[in-house]
Ligand binder design. Structure first.
Ligand code: ZN
Length: 136
């Protein structure tokens, strides 16, 4: 698993929270030490940012072992443009599970596309994990 290079903590976070990468998802990425995300929504955002910057290690680290793939499908031709969190239930620091519904916009050689998913997360040993999701 390669280390992500060329990630600048001062640039705009790919999840478009309005913060810099270093003050937002960057803290949770494997390339920056992988601090545990405090909420399901923070993990959702950091996983989106991991797709955007190509941090496969973060995606695997935060994928629940019961559903974790052998290797995440990081398509180098797919550029992630935008993330909208549509809704969020539970997923707080004192919950053990949560759901986050989001829309992610991307562009690849076939054009612009949208991925809408309701993702399920669980918290175990103080860490949130992505379990699975329903495409909407
Ligand atoms: Zn972010």
């Amino acid at each position: 698993m390669g280390t992500v290079t060329g990630v600048n903590p001062d640039e705009r976070c790919p999840c478009r929270s309005g913060d810099t990468l270093g003050d937002c998802c960057g803290r949770y990425l494997a390339s920056a030490g992988g601090a545990p995300a405090p909420t399901a929504q923070a993990l959702m955002r950091s996983r989106y940012s991991a797709f955007a910057v190509g941090d496969a290690e973060h995606l695997l680290d935060t994928w629940h072992p019961s559903t974790r793939p052998v290797g995440p499908d990081l398509d180098p031709d797919r550029r992630w443009l935008h993330l909208s969190i549509e809704s969020c239930s539970r997923g707080g620091p004192f919950d053990i599970d949560g759901e986050v519904e989001f829309t992610a916009v991307y562009r690849d050689p076939a054009g612009r596309g949208e991925l809408r998913e309701r993702s399920r997360f669980v918290r175990e040993n103080g860490r949130w994990y992505y379990v699975d999701g329903d495409l909407g």
